[in-house]
Every structure is written in structure tokens, then in C-alpha cells.
Design a protein around this ligand. Structure first.
Ligand SMILES: C[S@@+](CC[C@H](N)C(=O)[O-])C[C@H]1O[C@@H](n2cnc3c(N)ncnc32)[C@H](O)[C@@H]1O
Length: 306
């Protein structure tokens, strides 16, 4: 069976989402007792985890609060969006900026969902004080409330069994044991944190992967990559992983934004185990050369977790 494009629409739109490649990545997931995703962001892989029990974490506290609302109170979450959406249609941009101000004072997750759905290009952007500062996307009304309600309900079902943690990835991963699967999608190595000018500490990240190896857990990491001739790549040290694959993720968000042309972005996928050969047919081995493959993968059965 050839897996089509991921039909699971995003509930939280997030920069760096794995949505476009979720249908391919899911095929690499082995069976596991528990699933851990410590850089959850928009959680594109969560519905495809191989087991019900899961722990998902992120350092953005408002994001985790919103995930909990979607899991536990889908109808209330949809209704709160509907109220704000109608206010925007009735009152225009002043409603957006009033809700943004309220969010920056109270950190209400329902305000946050509304902002993610109505801000310019859906880009979640915070200033140095940690305040949301993207503007209203004037030319788009934001997703219609009834459509979002259906999406939220579907996600709420898929999220049962997931515990959410407001935590640094190392804390989220502290209970990982030998039968568990960890999927890690950290920020690009060159990315700075929300509150600090410090870049993501790749040394600490490698140390944590080494610890997971010692524990005996399986992990999959998506990490940097290249677009056209430019490389964003920070390679994982040899000896830490078993296999490295290449995964085309679509067009570069940077070139799209800059309108300077369109590059194909390829992301590196590292695993500390070797999946069955039939699963690997759709990826190319990226150890020595750049990737050439498309994203369709042949598998015998799907594993959508709903
Ligand atoms: C590339 S995004 C993940 C995208 C996600 N896979 C998706 O499909 O939407 C990386 C996430 O890591 C989070 N993050 C950055 N540093 C972190 C840390 N030290 N611990 C936990 N999460 C962190 C960011 O807030 C961001 O949401």
C-alpha cells in the first residue's frame, strides 16, 4: 500500500512542523512500550505514534497548556476559538490586537490558539520579553470555527494517553527505559532560544543521545539538513547513531519568504537502530551523497493511532 499525503490536518500550526513528512517518518517507528517526544511543537508525529502511552514536552509553556485543552476540553476549546473569530470578523484588527494584549498579560491558551490561526503566515513569534509579537494576517479570515472544531475533536481522540510536560527535553526524557521509542525534532543548531541569545546546545544534545543509547531505548532524530547548495547541517557524531537517512521536506521556508527562488530542503534522519529493509526503500542512504528520493514509502500496514 502506498501511503498518501498525511491527511491529519494540523490543529496547532507551528514553524518547523513535520507535517509534510509525517507519512514517511511514521514508517520508521518500531513497536514500543511508550513513546516520548520532548520537542513537541505542533506535534505532527503524535497521531502516528506506535503505542497509546506517550509523553510530549516543550519549553513553551503556553503551547503545552493549549495541548492539554485540546486533549481534555475539545468542545470548549473550539467554542472559545469561535467567540474570538466572530469578534475579529465583527470588529476587525482592533479585536486581534486586544486579544494579543490579553494573551501577553494572562497567557490564556485559548487566546494563543486564536493568535496562531490569525497571525501573519501562522508564524509563532515572541520578542525578547517573551511576548507574542506577530501581527494580524489582514488578507485571511482565519480557519472557519466549524472546520476547526472537527479538527480539534479528531486530535482530542488521538491525544488520549499522551501526558504533556512543560520541560526541557532532558527532564521529559528522564524516565525513558529500554522498551521505549523517542522521537526528537530539536530546533536547528543555529536557532536561538525564546528568552536567551544562546544557540541550541548541540553538545548537551549529543550527551543526552548517548545516555539514551546506554539506557537501550530506540531513538529517531531529525536534524538540520541542506537546501540547494546551502547547508544548515550539523552532523551527529559518528558512533552515536546506527543509520542516517535523507528525507526531502519540501521547499525552503527561507527562500519562500525571501522570494529568491525555491530550493528543495532535505533533512537528515538519524536512527540508533536499523529498521527492516522494506521500510528503507523510500529513503536514500545519506552517508556519502545528497538525497534523490521522493517521499512515498511502501509498507504493509498503516499505524495511524486513533
Ligand atoms: C522543530 S520544533 C518541533 C516541531 C514539531 N516536530 C512539529 O511537528 O511541529 C522544535 C521545538 O522544540 C522546542 N524546544 C526548543 N528548545 C527546547 C528544549 N531545550 N527543551 C524542550 N523543547 C525545546 C521549541 O519550542 C519547538 O517547539
Amino acid at each position: 500500500m502506498l501511503i498518501a499525503d498525511n491527511p491529519f490536518e494540523p490543529v496547532i500550526k507551528w514553524s518547523g512542523s513535520k507535517r509534510s513528512v509525517a507519512a514517511s517518518l511514521r514508517n520508521l517507528f518500531p513497536r514500543a512500550a511508550r513513546y516520548f517526544e520532548p520537542f513537541v511543537g505542533g506535534g505532527a508525529m503524535l497521531p502516528f505514534r506506535p503505542c497509546r502511552d506517550a509523553v510530549a514536552g516543550d519549553v513553551i509553556e503556553e503551547l503545552i497548556d493549549l495541548w492539554v485543552c485540546i486533549r481534555d476540553e475539545p468542545d470548549r476549546t473550539a467554542t472559545e476559538y469561535k467567540k474570538r473569530w466572530h469578534k475579529l470578523q465583527d470588529e476587525g484588527h482592533t479585536a486581534y490586537y486586544a486579544i494579543r494584549d490579553t494573551f501577553n498579560r494572562t497567557r490564556n491558551p485559548h487566546d494563543f490558539l486564536f493568535l496562531t490561526r490569525t497571525c501573519v503566515n501562522g508564524l509563532i513569534r515572541f520578542n525578547g520579553d517573551g511576548d507574542f509579537n506577530n501581527s494580524l494576517h489582514h488578507t485571511r479570515p482565519g480557519i472557519a470555527p466549524q472546520r476547526l472544531r472537527e479538527i480539534i475533536r479528531k486530535w482530542s481522540v488521538a491525544l488520549q494517553g499522551v501526558s504533556f510536560a512543560k520541560a526541557d527535553y532532558r527532564e521529559t526524557l528522564s524516565p525513558v527505559a529500554a522498551d521505549d521509542l523517542v522521537f526528537l525534532d530539536p530546533p536547528y543548531a543555529a536557532t536561538r532560544g525564546r528568552y536567551s541569545q544562546e544557540k541550541f546546545d548541540v553538545g548537551g544534545f549529543y550527551a543526552e543521545l548517548g545516555r539514551l543509547n546506554d539506557v537501550g531505548a530506540k531513538w529517531i532524530v531529525t536534524f538540520d539538513g541542506y537546501a540547494g547548495e546551502r547547508t544548515y547541517e550539523e552532523s551527529l557524531p559518528k558512533g552515536l547513531f546506527e543509520m542516517r537517512l535523507a528525507l526531502p521536506t519540501g521547499n525552503s521556508p527561507f527562500t519562500k519568504l525571501m522570494r529568491t527562488g525555491v530550493d528543495a530542503v532535505v533533512e537528515s534522519v538519524y536512527l540508533n537502530f536499523e529498521p527492516p529493509a522494506k521500510i528503507l526503500r523510500g529513503f536514500s542512504d545519506d552517508r556519502n551523497e545528497k538525497a534523490r528520493v521522493g517521499v512515498g514509502l511502501e509498507v504493509e500496514q498503516g499505524c495511524l493511532f486513533v
